[in-house]
Design a protein around this ligand. Sequence first.
Ligand SMILES: [Zn+2]
Length: 98
Amino acid sequence: MKCLHCNSKDIVKRGFRYNDLGKRQLYLCRKCGKKFTPGLRRHRYPPSLIFKCVAMRKGGKKLKDIQNYADNKGFKVSLWTISKWHDKFKYSRSMKNK
Ligand SMILES: [Zn+2]
């Protein structure tokens, strides 16, 4: 377990955080002083993967095919997540191939 902010391993448990996923362990980094909960970052996937998936979606690929692509890259992505990425980034300028 490492700090999500500075990658320090000098972390201590600091109680729990409750959300719709249930009870999650909350940690405090003693190096940078920030609190974090593992697995709750908004973007757990590298931008390159997200852009690739959105580009594939724009290119007419099925969600299932894109999911398989991500899986081959070592990332477990839900179909819902992929369609959300598409909705969010389909108008992004950085997505243009030309
Ligand atoms: Zn830290």
